[in-house]
Design a protein around this ligand. Structure first.
Ligand code: ZN
Length: 82
C-alpha cells in the first residue's frame, strides 16, 4: 500500500506491506529494502472484470507466499545491478 505526497507529483511518502502491515524503510521517496509490488488487472473472463488490484509485500511476506507455490519461481541472476 503506497501513499504519495501532494496530488500531482508522485513522491512516495509511505509504503506498507499489505500482508503484515509493516512500514517499509523509505529515504527521499526511495524504498530502502526488498519489496514486491503486485499489479493485477482483471479482465472480461474474470469474476473481477474491470477491477485493478495493487499491493506491496515486504520480503518476508513474499518469501512466505512463494514457499506455497507447487512450481518454484523462475530465478534469473541480474548481471548488472543498478
Ligand atoms: Zn510483510
Amino acid at each position: 500500500m503506497r501513499q504519495y505526497m501532494g496530488t500531482e507529483e508522485k513522491i512516495l511518502k509511505k509504503i506498507v506491506c499489505n500482508q503484515c502491515g509493516r512500514e517499509l524503510k523509505l529515504e527521499n521517496g526511495i524504498v530502502q529494502e526488498g519489496v514486491f509490488s503486485g499489479d493485477a488487472r482483471w479482465g472480461y473472463f474474470s469474476e473481477r472484470d474491470g477491477e485493478n488490484h495493487q499491493f506491496d509485500l515486504c520480503e518476508t511476506c513474499y518469501e512466505r507466499l512463494i514457499r506455497g507455490f507447487v512450481i518454484p519461481v523462475t530465478v534469473e541472476e541480474e548481471t548488472e545491478l543498478l
